[in-house]
Design a protein around this ligand. Structure first.
Ligand code: ANZ
Ligand code: ZN
Length: 752
């Protein structure tokens, strides 16, 4: 057969057009098939699809294609996480409206996604910045408000005194505001929270875990939730939380956080005032990590309820306001932090007998905090609440949703939420009393969007709720969720929390949204450093696609390292992968009629088995290497049969969808797409190797083991001759052989 030379650019666009025409990827209900929800974290529309995106999406696509060929009804949607700060900042910098900037980027990225040659179903998509999506954010928020899960609270936050705004941790550079350079302080700010802590217990992973998630995620989340069982003990009105009540006889002083009520009610000396102010400038992280211990004496004493002794109350920022009761009994004899403190301030350290049994209330604490979700920025979902002086916080009636984000707003930062400066939008009538009222001008954290977007994919046009419970019952939970390890403690935990909330609303019946989770590593620049524009080591997928074609890039991304690993991009290794595809292409010429030897069959079935098992287990790199091993065998032969070649194309199809469809049609112009083919099934009988070990005995004693070709084991004569020719055996066959007992393929015993 003649196929000319392999030019990826000549065939790839053509096949993508074909697939599109045939509407190949649109998910349709099929009661005969088992569903398979293949999910990848939705990308942020930065406007440029980089290798990281390819590395997240290509192996996921390979897996999806494999499951499809294996008979599953695969659902592989994608969308855009379109709200958030970068859009706003880029827009401020370039003078383009965040919405225009975002939508333009989405368009660019859609074309870039096309080039990847995935089977993503774009008909089940969602763009989170469109009212169509965010009205359901508002709906969910209001349900949470109704149930007391969304609430207005006060928390210590990073505060820029010049800009009058809360700053995210990422927006503080060396303790200063990234925008104006003012010193950032910690300030108690009123804001919206979601009471994720109410779900702390149900978010703890069980042992064994209820879903197939990576161990480091399960451990990470459980540590983050930080369940701690202890006791509340009263020291003359100050309640402390301790996990070691039996050490109370060694409690020689109390320490309260600088923000504690006790401190607020204290008539403060200058020293105390200064200390409280200094502590307010430190972030929680700094406070936890500071080993130098600072503090002041409050001037007050309380009674140790077990020893009856008066103990001094100190104020120190190593005790955090937001955990436990914000006050501790210090046991310097046992606790290291307390000992450091006692040594620094000359406080008594006395031995504890560990048998003190104080009175107190048993209690469970969680380190998890409620989730602060309001942002004083423009580009997000407006909080659907109206502030009325008479009625307080009034939810926007459901019929008035969505509260649309107004387009013409001055979103440059001015110290108050940009929406607050749009008077026309801001001033409304109170839905309860009809009086003058104001809309809430804050917007929701974008992690609110990503906590549930994958539910929206299932029924993106549904208009009676965030999703159609019937469709969700059919398609959810997600069967496998591909994403990044940076989402271990944020996004995936929030998504589990929302799922539990939806279950309480009666919208679904499962507890976990994803049965399996896998987290990808990072592709470093060819120099082994993190890819970055400033280092000049960024590899652009568009460039490599131009050079080698998308199939090569796909195959190389699967091959270069395990999905979970981190390693550098190699310009030479990708060349090797290109050659592999070229050899697969050239092999078409050798397709001919012929018989398959036992060895040929064995190699083929070994490849079928290995690639299938590896793709099931998301071990993409070893799947590719077994294909390479098999191709080596095929190219070493004079001819290959069409059975072999077709099997090769089917095994290669998920990795390299364009070239395989081209070759499939060169082989048979009237064929359907290779992607509609079934996944090859291996036959165990061919997996057995083509030689057999047979034990040789003389008078029942093992003397040797011989290797016999499988095709000869039926013949006792051949096995006997082979056994006799062994020197180890011949030694014992000096007298006449009386009898030979042969158990086929296992043992031959000479009786002499
Ligand atoms: C006496 C004691 C003796 C303690 C001892 C520990 C060891 P986890 O496991 O994290 O819950 N603690 C309580 N509230 C605190 C706060 N707001 N900031 C800093 N530390 C706080 O830790 C609970 C223990 O951490 C508590 O038990 C308390 O010190 C301290 F040998 O009480 B312990
Ligand atoms: Zn009112």
């Amino acid at each position: 057969m003649k196929q000319g030379r392999y030019f990826a650019d000549k065939i790839e666009a053509k096949w993508r057009e074909n697939w599109k025409k045939q509407n190949s990827f649109e998910f349709k209900d099929d009661p005969k098939k088992q569903k398979y929800y293949n999910l990848v974290e939705l990308p942020y529309p930065s406007g440029d699809l980089h290798l990281g995106h390819w590395f997240a999406f290509v192996p996921a696509d390979v897996h999806a294609r494999f499951k499809k060929m294996s008979g599953f009804n695969v659902f592989y949607p994608n969308g855009f996480d379109a709200f958030g700060l970068p859009a706003e900042n880029a827009a401020i910098k370039r003078g383009i409206h965040p919405r225009d900037w975002t939508m333009k980027n989405i368009e660019v990225m859609r074309t870039q996604f096309d080039i990847m040659g995935t089977m993503i179903d774009w008909t089940h998509s969602t763009i989170t910045c469109l009212p169509d999506f965010y009205r359901w954010n508002q709906w969910i928020f209001l349900k949470m408000f109704e149930k007391g899960i969304a609430y207005r609270g006060i928390a210590l936050s990073n505060w820029c005194p010049t800009d009058q705004t809360v700053l995210a941790n990422e927006h503080i550079e060396a303790g200063k505001c990234w925008r104006c350079g003012a010193e950032v302080v910690q300030k108690e700010v009123e804001q919206w929270f979601l009471a994720i802590t109410k779900y702390a217990e149900s978010l703890i992973w069980k042992n064994p875990p209820q879903a197939d998630w990576p161990k480091q995620v399960i451990e990470g989340q459980n540590n983050w939730i930080g369940k701690s069982e202890g006791m509340l003990i009263d020291f003359s009105g100050i309640e402390v939380f301790t996990t070691k009540p039996e050490t109370i006889d060694g409690a020689t002083f109390l320490v309260v956080a600088p923000e504690h009520e006790f401190v607020k009610n204290l008539s403060k000396t200058k020293e105390v005032e200064d200390y409280v102010l200094a502590a307010s400038k430190k972030t929680e992280m700094e406070r936890k990590e500071d080993r130098t211990k600072s503090g002041v004496f409050s001037g007050k004493y309380v009674k140790n309820p077990v020893t009856g002794k008066d103990v001094p109350v100190w104020i120190s920022d190593y005790v955090l306001a937001g955990y436990g009761t914000g006050a501790i009994m210090a046991v310097p004899y046992v606790d290291e932090r307390d000992r450091e403190f006692a040594q620094k301030f000359n406080l008594p350290i006395i031995e504890t007998k560990f048998n003190a049994k104080p009175k107190g209330e048993k209690t469970i604490n969680y380190h998890l905090r409620d989730w602060s979700i309001s942002r004083q920025r423009y580009w997000g979902t407006p909080v659907p609440i109206i502030h009325c002086e008479k009625c307080g916080l009034v939810p926007v009636p459901e019929k008035d949703l969505p509260v649309e984000l107004p387009y013409n707003v001055d979103y440059t930062p001015k110290g108050k939420p940009p929406l607050a400066s749009d008077e026309k939008w801001l001033n409304v009538k109170c839905p309860k009393c009809g009086g003058e009222a104001k809309r809430d001008a804050e917007t929701l954290d974008t992690f609110f969007d990503s906590a549930w977007y994958y539910y929206r994919y299932v029924s993106p046009e549904f208009h009676k709720g965030p999703f159609d419970p019937k469709e969700v019952a059919k398609l959810m939970p997600v069967d496998v969720y591909f994403g990044g390890s940076e989402h271990t403690l944020g996004h995936t935990l929030y998504a589990r929390f929302f799922t539990k909330f939806f279950k309480e609303l009666g919208l679904l019946e499962f507890d976990e949204f994803a049965k399996k989770r896998i987290q990808h590593g990072v592709i470093l620049g060819p120099d082994g450093d993190r890819m970055s524009k400033s280092r000049g080591n960024v590899v652009s997928p568009d460039d490599v696609v131009k050079e080698y074609g998308a199939d090569t890039v796909r195959l190389y991304l699967c091959f270069m390292m395990p999905y979970e690993a981190t390693s550098p991009w190699s310009p030479t290794a990708i060349g090797g992968v290109y050659k592999f595809l070229k050899r697969a292409w050239d092999l078409l010429e050798k397709v001919d009629k012929g018989e398959l030897s036992r060895q040929d069959l064995s190699k083929m079935h070994q490849a079928i088995k290995k690639v299938g098992v590896d793709l099931e287990n998301l071990a993409f790199n070893t799947a590719v290497s077994s294909l390479m091993i098999w191709l080596n065998h095929l190219t070493s032969k004079k001819t290959v049969t069409s059975e072999e070649y077709k099997t090769l194309l089917r095994l290669l199809a998920p990795f390299a969808p364009h070239i395989t469809d081209e070759l499939w049609h060169l082989l048979n112009p009237n064929a359907n797409s290779v992607h509609l083919e079934d996944w090859p099934v291996f036959q165990s009988k061919y997996l057995i190797s083509d030689s057999v070990n047979i034990a040789v005995q003389v008078n029942g004693k093992l003397r040797d083991a011989i290797v016999v070709k499988r095709e000869f084991i039926k013949s006792q004569e051949k096995v006997e001759n082979e056994a006799k020719s062994s020197q180890k055996v011949a030694k014992y066959l000096t007298s006449a052989i009386k009898k030979v007992i042969y158990i086929e393929g296992k043992i031959i015993n000479f009786v002499v």
